[in-house]
Design a protein around this ligand. Structure first.
Ligand code: MN
Ligand code: MN
Length: 368
C-alpha cells in the first residue's frame, strides 16, 4: 500500500471537491493498494472516499489474496452469481450514508458500460471529474522502493535476453525462441511478461510492431528481441538487436547508427532538460545519417506498474525531466523489406544523469 500517494490523491480530492475516487485500472489499483491482480473481465475496483475509509472490491476468489497483500483496509468480495454493481452501490451508500455527490473516475481507462452501471445506481452523482491526469502526474516520480523493483524487473529482462540469445540457431523460428525464453523464466518463478514477447528475424523486424510467427532465422539475419517481465508489480521493457552469423555491412551500419542515437540520448538525460530535447538528441543522430524518416515513433515512454505511462518522450512535450522519473529510450530504424533495428533501455533519472535497469550489452552481438 502506498500511503504517501494515497494522501496526495486525497489532497487533490479536497482541492477539487471530490467525495470519492473510483480507481478501475488494475495497474493503478496495484499502485495505490499494493494488491496486484489481473481480474480479466471481472470487476476489481478501489474506492477512496475523502472522509471515510477506502475499500477494495474484488472477485470473491481473490479476497483472501487481497487481504494478505499490503492493503490495510476492507476488502469486499462478490460471487460470479451476484451483481457487482449492486454490491458496490450498497457499500458506497453505507460509507456515505447515501449517495456520494461527486465520484472521480479514470476517464482514460474506465469502460463506458461500467460507468453506466455506476450511473444507474447513482443517477444524481457527478462522475465528470477525471483521475487520469492526476494519476499520470503521481506516477511520474518514482520512490526509491519503486526504483529498486524496476531494477529487479530489469534483471529478469537480462535473463530473458541471455536465454533468447542461447536459443538462436539456424532454422529456429521466432516463436520457438520466444517459447524458450518464457519457459526458462516461468521455471524460475516469473509469472507474467509485461507484454507479448517479441522476437523478429530479418525483414520482419522492419515493422516496429511486427508479429512473431513461424519465420525461421537464417544466416546473416539481424534478430530483434523486445521483451519485459512483471516482477513485484513493476515492469521491465528492453530491446536488443543481434546478428546470427556475420551481418552485412549495411545492417552493421544501421545498428551502429541506432546505438549511437540511443547512447547520445541516454548521455543527455539529466534533471532540467525537457522530454522533447531528449527525443531530439536521438532523432538528430539518425537524421544526420539520412535515416530520419525511418525512425517513425516517439523516443520513449514512462514505465512503472504499467508498461506504458508518463512521461512521453516525444517532440512537443516540454515536460522538464526530474530526478526519479523512469522511462524508455528506444530509437529504431525500420527500412521496409530490408532491415529493422531498435535498441531500448529503460532508465531512471538520477541527480546528475541516469542509469539503465537492464545491463545486457547493446553492441551488435554476433552469434554462430
Ligand atoms: Mn518500450
Ligand atoms: Mn519494448
Amino acid at each position: 500500500m502506498n500511503k504517501h500517494k494515497l494522501n496526495e490523491l486525497k489532497q487533490w480530492m479536497e482541492t477539487n471537491k471530490v467525495d470519492c475516487a473510483y480507481i478501475s485500472d488494475p495497474g493503478h489499483i496495484a499502485y495505490f493498494s499494493g494488491f496486484e491482480s489481473d481480474p480479466h473481465e471481472r470487476v476489481l475496483a478501489l474506492f477512496i472516499p475523502l472522509e471515510a475509509e477506502p475499500f477494495l472490491f474484488a472477485p470473491a476468489l481473490e479476497v483472501e489474496d487481497a487481504q494478505n497483500s499490503s492493503w490495510a483496509y476492507d476488502v469486499f468480495g462478490y460471487l460470479d452469481s451476484e451483481n457487482p454493481w449492486k454490491l458496490i452501490a450498497e457499500h458506497l451508500t453505507k460509507r456515505f450514508s447515501g449517495a456520494p455527490v461527486t465520484v472521480a473516475v479514470e476517464k482514460g481507462s474506465l469502460t463506458v458500460d461500467r460507468l453506466e452501471f455506476m450511473q444507474e445506481f447513482f443517477p444524481n452523482t457527478d462522475f465528470s471529474k477525471d483521475l487520469t491526469p492526476l494519476i499520470q502526474r503521481l506516477q511520474l516520480l518514482k520512490t526509491e522502493e519503486e526504483i529498486k523493483k524496476l531494477y529487479d524487473a530489469g534483471d529478469w529482462a537480462d535473463v530473458a535476453f541471455e536465454t533468447g540469445f542461447k536459443a538462436i540457431h539456424e532454422g529456429a523460428t521466432e516463436q520457438e525462441i520466444i517459447a524458450e525464453i518464457e519457459y526458462e523464466l516461468k521455471k524460475r518463478g516469473v509469472s507474467q511478461m509485461s507484454f507479448a514477447t517479441m522476437v523478429l528475424a530479418g525483414k520482419n523486424a522492419a515493422s516496429p510492431h511486427g508479429e512473431p510467427g513461424l519465420t525461421k532465422i537464417q544466416k546473416h539475419d539481424l534478430v530483434l528481441f523486445d521483451l519485459g517481465v512483471i516482477w513485484n508489480g513493476y515492469n521491465s521493457d528492453a530491446t536488443r538487436t543481434v546478428a546470427f552469423k556475420e551481418p552485412s555491412e549495411f545492417d552493421r551500419k544501421i545498428h551502429a547508427i541506432t546505438l549511437e542515437a540511443q547512447l547520445a540520448a541516454q548521455d543527455f538525460v539529466r534533471p532540467g532538460v525537457t522530454a522533447a530535447e531528449v527525443d531530439k538528441v536521438a532523432r538528430d543522430v539518425i537524421s544526420s545519417y539520412g535515416y530520419g524518416e525511418y525512425f517513425n515513433h516517439r523516443l520513449g515512454h514512462g514505465i512503472g506498474t504499467t508498461v506504458h505511462e508518463w512521461p512521453s518522450i516525444v517532440e512537443g512535450n516540454d515536460l522538464v525531466i526530474e530526478e526519479g522519473m523512469c522511462f524508455s529510450i528506444e530509437p529504431g530504424i525500420y527500412i521496409p523489406e530490408k532491415v529493422g533495428v531498435r535498441v531500448e533501455d529503460c532508465i531512471h533519472v538520477t541527480k546528475t544523469g541516469c542509469d539503465s535497469f537492464t545491463k545486457t550489452s547493446k553492441e551488435l552481438l554476433i552469434f554462430d
